[in-house]
Design a protein around this ligand. Structure first.
Ligand code: HEM
Ligand code: CU
Length: 588
């Protein structure tokens, strides 16, 4: 193997290091990757998934505005329109439940199922193995959304998105959640079947990068979602049906967080797939390294799940040393995101320099900031950096005691999931045009949308973080609280929350207008839309990829790590697990 330092040069200032026998492609080359090459029966459900995600984002976002304005004493909950829909006494929590469930379960799952199904097809250059399963996944998600949505609107499931027992919801709420999870399993099964078909036709070939990432994302999630499945099927439903007396609240919470942390990576990784395999090309550059990108996704598979106790640092029923193990793993899982930051910035710099950018930062301004699909994702990256950094604060056990269950957490996770949501919107700005053949309508508005979300989110998060540090709890209707007059210095943070939140609300309205305009075909038609797939600067060599692509080995190690992280707790806890048994109660 030779390294030719000045082999194929990109137009930028940086040399491209190349090795002989290296494959730089990251998806199967397709002469014509237009929509028409994939069966309509499969691409239609992909579009429906994306549209369902948009509906969930709109409906779920509405209560957010109420939650933010409530901080400055603007109470939308006693408004006639609101009380016609929500229960007068429960409105805040009913709204907060709708906000959480619609945004972090329905919006994320349906968008991921749709986007990753299409990415898989594009990566392998072939349709999914089963059309029926593409349709089934959508049908299950839709049914799950209807069941959960109906029970929440009827105030029969005002339990917040964590549905901690002994808070009790209508049985159909749990069934809805289960169906939504099953829709992701069906999608995984279809991805695996498609992989098998492709592998049989291409023996001894490495998996295209985008498909590798899709498999890793869904494999990680399938393993992680066993916790929530066990919680619902083994604890909650038997309790609901009256087969068991009471329910073990701490065991249920532990199973919930076994899934509840990795779920954030299930939201995040579809955005990373876009950032690694699509964004570089949209920015005019190439991805830094194929093997490094694979390694990052392997680390996510291994480390996303054995960390759930970092949500339970304050719980007395879990021994300290077990929390320590999860704490260390939590810091370890920061590492692949650091590599991602490096890789993505490197690809963006490559793109900016190819477009003529000079100097240390000159490449930044040369990026195509006029393209809403890219701009939204660049903003998302910037917000996410702060989200990740604030996550290290929650992850530290001592500091966690200060911020636990305060508004600080709300500030933190809106900068993570709120950034991911913006990334999904950016993806939707090319995905909906691709799936409909309609050009994006309202490009200027879409750019405004992205800037508004970006600035609004930073103000909102700053407000929530400051309020949290002053001791304001999360999940509390502030205006009605008894302590509101006893905490000094909240005026500015509350203002920031309300102003930032309103800007995000306005941004949401812009998303709605752009999506509806695009769906209605108000812009010129363009059937030539393609899915961009980036090449890599450092490609894969035969020596390394069989090792990286060894799915069985990595999944095996991942399961082992989860077992090591959770079995000590289950062994010491379950036999006499009677410490936290509770009878059902309602929040309202
Ligand atoms: C218009 C934009 C948004 C605004 C103004 C907003 C505002 C808020 C506020 C103020 C809270 C805290 C409520 C409390 O603790 O009492 C909250 C909670 C939450 N938000 Fe948002 N949010 C917005 C968008 C989003 C998005 C896009 C997502 C996710 C995709 C999201 C996910 C959540 C979650 C999971 C919670 C926690 C719910 C709970 O504690 O059960 N939000 N939001
Ligand atoms: Cu977590």
């Amino acid at each position: 193997m030779t390294i030719a330092a000045d082999a194929p040069q990109s137009r930028g200032a940086h040399p491209v290091y190349d090795m002989e026998g290296m494959d730089h492609s990251s998806a199967v080359e397709m002469e014509d990757a237009r929509l028409s090459v994939f069966p309509k029966a499969q691409t239609r459900p992909v579009l429906w998934n994306v549209l369902l995600a948009m509906v969930a984002l709109m409906l779920g976002g509405l209560p957010g505005i109420g939650q933010a304005l409530e901080r400055v004493g603007i109470n939308l909950y006693n408004n006639d329109v609101v009380t016609a829909v929500l229960d007068e006494n429960a409105a805040y929590y009913q709204g907060l439940t709708l906000h959480g469930v619609l945004l972090v379960i329905v919006f994320t799952f349906t968008f991921a199922n749709g986007f990753i199904t299409l990415a898989t097809m594009r990566a392998y250059g072939r349709p999914m193995a089963s059309t029926l399963m593409v349709q089934l996944a959508f049908a299950l998600a839709l049914l799950g959304t209807v069941l959960a949505g109906w029970t929440m609107l009827a105030n029969e499931a005002t339990v917040l998105f964590t549905f901690y027992p002994p808070l009790e919801a209508h049985t159909m709420f749990y069934l809805g959640a289960v169906l939504l999870v099953i829709s992701t399993w069906v999608t995984l099964a279809n991805i695996v079947m498609t992989h098998r078909q492709w592998a049989a036709a291409n023996p001894g070939t490495r998996t295209p990068l985008m498909a590798f990432m899709a498999i890793m994302t869904y494999a990680m999630w399938a393993m992680a979602s066993v916790g929530i499945a066990a919680e619902v099927l083994l604890l909650i439903l038997p309790w609901k049906f009256g087969w068991t007396e009471g329910i073990d609240a701490q065991l249920a919470r532990t199973l919930f967080w076994l899934t509840g942390h990795p779920i954030v990576y299930f939201w995040l990784l579809p955005a990373y797939i876009s950032w690694y395999t699509m964004i570089p090309k949209q920015a005019g550059g190439r991805l830094f390294s194929d093997p490094v990108a694979r390694f990052v996704f392997i680390l996510f598979l291994l480390l996303s799940t054995p960390v759930g106790f970092h949500h339970q640092y304050t719980e007395s029923g879990i021994p300290q040393w077990m929390k320590n193990i999860h704490g260390i793993a939590t810091f370890a899982i920061f590492f692949p995101s650091m590599i991602t930051a490096f890789s993505v910035v490197s690809a963006l710099e490559n793109g900016g320099r190819n477009r003529g950018g000079r100097g240390l930062f000159g490449w930044i301004w040369k990026l195509p900031w006029g393209n809403p699909a890219l701009t939204a994702q660049l903003h998302a990256m910037l917000i996410f950096t702060l989200g990740g950094a604030s996550g290290l604060i929650n992850a530290s056990q001592t500091v966690n005691l200060v911020v636990h269950n305060t508004a600080f957490i709300v500030g933190h996770f809106h900068m993570t999931i709120g950034a991911v949501a913006l990334a999904y919107i950016g993806i939707a700005y090319w995905l909906i045009p691709y799936l409909t053949g309609n050009n994006l309508w309202g490009r200027k508005l879409a750019l405004w949308q992205s800037w508004l979300w970006f600035v609004g989110m930073l103000l909102f998060a700053r407000g929530q973080i400051s309020a949290g540090l002053q001791g304001v709890p999360r999940r509390t209707a502030f205006a009605d609280s008894v302590y509101r007059d006893f905490i000094d210095g909240l005026d500015v943070p509350n203002m920031l929350t309300a102003i930032g939140g309103s800007m995000m609300g306005l941004s949401g309205l812009f998303i709605f207008i752009v999506v509806v305009g695009t769906m209605m075909g108000l812009a010129v038609k363009n059937k030539e839309q393609l899915i961009t797939v980036a090449e890599t600067r450092v490609g894969a060599t035969k020596r390394i990829w069989p090792w990286l692509d060894n799915y069985r080995m990595w999944v095996g190690i991942a399961i082992l790590l989860v077992a090591l992280a959770y079995i000590p707790f289950l062994v010491t806890y379950v036999p006499d697990g009677s410490s936290a048994v509770g009878a059902p109660f309602d929040l309202y």
